[in-house]
Design a protein around this ligand. Sequence first.
Ligand code: FNR
Length: 483
Amino acid sequence: MVLSFCDKIILAPMVRIGTLPMRLLALDYGADIVYCEELVDIKMLQCKRVINEVLQTVDYIAPTERVIFQTCEREKDRLVFQMGTSDPERALAVAKLIENDVAAIDVNMGCPKEYSTKGGMGAALLSNAEKIEKILKTLVNGISKPVTCKIRILPTVEETVNLVKLIEKTGVAAIAVHGRKKEERPQHPVHCDFIKAISNSVSIPVIANGGSQEIIREFQDIEAFRSVTAASSVMVARAAMWNPSVFRREGLLPLEDVMRDYIRHAVRYNNHYTNTKYCLCQIMRDQLESPLGRKLHAVQSALDICEVFEITSFYKSCQLSQEARKLSLNINVQETPETDDNEENHDIVQMPIRFERKDYLPQVTPKMFLLEWCRKEKLPQPVYYTVQRSLDKFFRSVVTVNEKKYCSTLCDKSKKLAEQAAAIVCLRTLGLPEGKLGEEESNLIRKRKRGIQDESVSLAGTQGGEQIRKRLHNNEKFDDLKD
Ligand code: FNR
């Protein structure tokens, strides 16, 4: 079904904010349409379209392997792709690349930032009516999805209305109007009268924008902004960035609940933690000095974020279901590091193990325990072979000890963690201590139950760990062992 822009409440395009998790959250709370952040045509044209079977997303991946744009089935009928462009042919090439994954395509004609305008994009287009016509007509004639554009107002109502009439003639499905002039900043009052004059002059839907802070703070204000601008629809940016539950008819939710809902989407779609952290900081904007704000400031991974917001079990269950999905899709089997002699996977001992630093004795690691054991047994030292998966950039490592290979079925975000996981698989298979907290007690209990006396068990305790650390510390190979 063709997307209609009449009588809609819309999440505005926002760089760094309008990524997949925020768009899904806005839809959850009641937005009818969501715009992605502006993506520049040249960057998009370098991307490869990849279906991510594990996350069930469509990813557009840059040559640097960074995911530039990610979308999923749930938003397909309500997602507008916003591009930055100054060239009709490039714009059409991008539109053709992505048209089957989105509901409509928008051209940014309002961004006043230098990085946009110096390339002739964004607000620079406002003074080039000929270019506007060419870009929009090329898109309207070249693709099967609706085309829209987002403008700022010109110095006078008359000039703005004339421009909008010209834009209407290109065949666009709607026009979003940010009621500020290009030199005006977000704190300047929004010109509702300009938007109203435009709404009364054209027959395509006008989407009013610019009402956050001054007018829009919660859901019912959206209707007030629509009414004062006589617009067909309303687009919300900052009010949604500060509290996405602005789209809820039932009213705003407490920020901590909103942040948890947001994090769940971010974790589910492997959103990069730096982007998740950035969006959370915008939501927490005036509470960044609170204890929660300080903790958020210190996070360095998605797991850290989940710990701060006390939803670690959600993170773990997400990871497990992703791993299960990878297994069911055979991704692990294909991506298991190959050994020199092309051994089959069944010759590698595998377990679903992950190395969690907090579960281990300080300053010692399973790799250290394994190395020490090899030395004691006069075996060659363990050899690690690690590969990074192209799918998600995670690592998997195989360790060879005494001509046998060991590997975790789970992948890790760093090479070091993957090596530790492989070492744990080996140590557990051989029934050796690995330096886990509480290991000494549980081994002693196990042994007592079996009536066994064995001095070597003390290796796992704090004392044993300390001995190993000291012995290794004096060893020249210590550098290889640091985690
Ligand atoms: C924006 N805005 C914006 N506009 C656009 O067309 N493309 C974009 O990528 C962005 N990026 C962006 C990022 C951030 C962090 C903000 C705050 C704003 C402008 C935005 O869509 C909107 O026009 C203005 O913020 C005015 O609307 P509000 O905030 O008053 O609802």
